[in-house]
Design a protein around this ligand. Structure first.
Ligand SMILES: [Zn+2]
Length: 439
């Protein structure tokens, strides 16, 4: 049995990364027959996302990008040619999934000023850098509900081809903004009325988007107007959802408004983003319809205040953010009580430092503080987003046939979600991107 080449502790990550890339045949087409290396992760406990007892002293056998077998040591034989990664008592969970990310995030203030002259090439490279950091932080799948100039689609293709490193990407292309609505800024192209919105949705889908993003109410980041105002008309909302669904694409609606949300849910919207001012009747309606809520709670809560200082947010922005904090929190608590489908999303870069951890982990921690059990929060960060994406046959849990997107943490996150603060090992598609396990 060949032993896995151990990577060094923190500080030798670059070396580790290089070594693993060499092993995995970097540059070859992922999934190609010749790249079916066999790896076995041994010595860990696999968390049961259905709430059962963990699988202790587990063996996860990986062939190429996917899990070929999983079971207790003794039940699953490790083939003699397999590389062995001993995780030595760590807890194994699926890669985290963050469903509201803008890799090209540009917020008002100093940050927007610094990026004002960013070219398309610079934007795409910045997004690629953020994608790599996201992955290394333990986020193996992201959904991008609105990035500029199709950098998201270029990056998604590059990552799928192995030309760039980052999470699996599900993308909406560019957000569809109505004149004067949320997202208004110099240079934005507006779409008004059902016909223009239908055409824009079709254009994004044909460019490679599998989601369409609409902004149906006001928002924090656009100066002026109420965040809870229902700005898009029912005819516009209905038309764009119908057009997207006909092409097999899903629709994500930015909404802080109960009224706009009700219209969108009736029209069959797939996900509501943020939901700052959602009330109980609206949440019950979402529950009945199976509509997803992507809370992005981290944006409006105290832990994120230092981030906005760091990026030099203007006072009007900070005031608008503060104005939604309490209601947003109440809406999240009610959504959890009502059993609404929740998929984790941050509206921050997944790896953005936040309260001593990352925005993604802090978001999951907030879910527990708002009423979820640790297991529910872990599900909201893994299998639930996979269900929302209808990609749960491929990702979201550690099962035979799914991609080997695997994290290791020293403690059991279903006991205490804060275990996610200490991600030591990151694998995506059978390839190790980080290994800081003590051995
Ligand atoms: Zn957003």
């Amino acid at each position: 049995m060949m032993r896995y080449t151990r990577c060094g502790p923190i500080g030798k990550l670059a070396l580790c990364f290089g070594a693993v890339l060499a092993l995995a045949g970097f540059g070859s087409t992922p999934g190609a027959a010749e790249s079916l290396e066999r790896l076995a992760i041994v010595g860990g406990s696999v968390v049961d996302l259905d709430g059962g007892a963990p699988l202790e002293d587990a063996v996860i056998l990986i062939e190429g990008e996917r899990i070929a077998a999983i079971g207790a040591a003794g039940d699953v034989a490790v083939p003699p040619d397999a590389e062995v990664i001993d995780v030595d008592g760590a807890w194994l969970i699926p890669g985290l999934m963050n469903m509201h990310v803008h890799l090209g995030l540009k917020l008002p203030g100093k940050m927007a000023f610094a990026l004002a002259k960013e070219t398309e090439g610079e934007l795409t490279l910045r997004m690629s850098h953020s994608a790599r950091l996201s992955l290394e932080s333990g986020v193996t799948t992201i959904r991008l509900p609105g990035d500029d100039r199709h950098g998201d689609i270029a990056l998604k293709k590059a990552i799928a081809k192995g030309e760039a490193h980052g999470p699996r990407i599900f993308s909406a292309g560019e957000s569809l903004v109505i004149t004067g609505g949320h997202g208004s800024e110099a240079g934005v192209v507006y779409y008004d009325g059902p016909d223009e919105l239908i055409k824009a949705a079709r254009r994004e889908i044909s460019a490679g988007a599998s989601w369409v993003k609409i902004l149906i109410s006001g928002g924090i980041a656009t100066d002026g107007g109420g965040i809870a105002e229902a700005l898009m008309t029912p005819a516009e909302i209905g038309a764009v959802i119908d057009a997207a669904h006909r092409f097999g694409a899903k629709v994500a609606a930015h909404s802080g408004s109960p009224q706009a949300t009700i219209v969108a849910v009736d029209a069959g919207v797939d996900s509501i983003e943020h939901g700052y001012f959602l009330d109980r009747p609206t949440l019950r309606k979402m529950k009945r319809a199976g509509t997803w809520l992507v809370p992005t709670i981290v944006v409006s809560q105290p832990a994120t205040a230092p981030f906005f200082e760091r990026i030099g947010s203007p006072q009007w922005y900070l005031d608008r953010r503060d104005s939604v904090g309490k209601e947003h929190w109440k809406a999240l608590q009610m959504a959890i009580e009502e059993g609404v489908n929740i998929a984790l999303g941050t509206d921050q870069l997944p790896h953005e430092p936040n309260d001593g951890t990352t925005a993604t982990v802090r978001e999951a921690q907030y879910y527990v503080e708002a009423g979820m059990t640790p297991l529910e929060a872990l599900r909201a960060a893994t299998i639930e987003p996979a269900r929302m994406l209808e990609a749960d046959q491929d990702i979201g849990s550690l099962e035979v046939g799914k991609y080997a997107d695997i994290l290791a943490v020293p403690e059991d996150p279903t006991e205490d979600i804060k275990a996610l603060r200490d991600i030591r090992f990151v694998m995506k598609g059978g390839r190790v991107y980080r290994d800081e396990l003590d051995r």
